[in-house]
Design a protein. Structure first.
Length: 231
């Protein structure tokens, strides 16, 4: 009886150990299958993204996109009064032409803000140019008004204004900040920051009481100045 019971216990223990070993092997087998599936999905996504990226780069290289070119045609000065210390009132109308040099790429101008700066200080409010689309080889013309009333000028810049007053010439910058998108066939890119800088020399002649353009004294300057463009 004792021997029989001992054999039965040993047999039961052996069966239990075998079942446990089989369960562990099955779990490992399932884990291995899941890992293989995840690896296939991961590498499938990587290959797909790589193909998309290479395709975009090839299209971009073949089309050779170029930045639009801008030219400042003229500047009309309706007011530019700096007779009060550190205070400036100005009013301009600027005419800008933009040309898309690309044969197969269109340009969406989503947002364009125009303003005038003097020695890196903004001296007018921003004027928004309406959003537009520029097709292949197209040329657009914009003539926004930009102005600022009683704008505080930094003291060191006002000193520069006084010096320019004695010389009778002022260098201002017409600036455009905004965002653009590129259109290639049905593909439209994301938005890119867009910056245009157009320097312009304005000659008022020497004044004894500050710059006094205004009060029916309107001056128009033909500039024809190329602008720097960065995206």
């Amino acid at each position: 009886m004792l021997r029989f019971k001992s054999t039965t216990k040993n047999f039961t223990k052996t069966n239990t150990n075998s079942t446990t070993t089989m369960s562990v092997k099955e779990c490992d087998h399932h884990k291995g299958k899941k890992q293989k599936v995840f690896r296939k999905i991961f590498w499938g996504i990587v290959v797909f993204l790589f193909i998309v990226l290479v395709t975009i780069l090839l299209i971009w290289a073949i089309l050779r996109p170029s930045k639009p070119s801008f030219v400042l045609q003229d500047v009309t000065v309706y007011a530019f009064n700096a007779t009060i210390p550190n205070i400036l009132t100005s009013n301009f109308q600027v005419t800008l032409t933009s040309r898309n040099p690309n044969d197969h790429i269109g340009v969406y101008y989503d947002r364009l803000d125009t303003y005038v700066s003097y020695r890196n200080q903004q001296i007018t409010l921003r004027t928004a140019i309406p959003p537009s689309y520029q097709g292949h080889k197209e040329v657009d013309v914009w003539s926004p008004f930009v102005y600022g009333t009683n704008v505080p000028v930094a003291p060191f810049n006002f000193v520069g204004l006084s010096q320019d007053e004695d010389d009778g010439n002022i260098l201002i910058n017409i600036k455009i900040d905004g965002r653009v998108r590129w259109k290639v066939g049905a593909f439209i890119s994301g938005r890119y920051h867009f910056y245009v800088r157009c320097p312009a020399f304005i000659s008022f002649g020497s004044r004894s009481n500050g710059f006094g353009v205004g009060e029916n004294n309107v001056v128009k300057y033909q500039v024809e100045q190329s602008c720097s463009v960065s995206v």
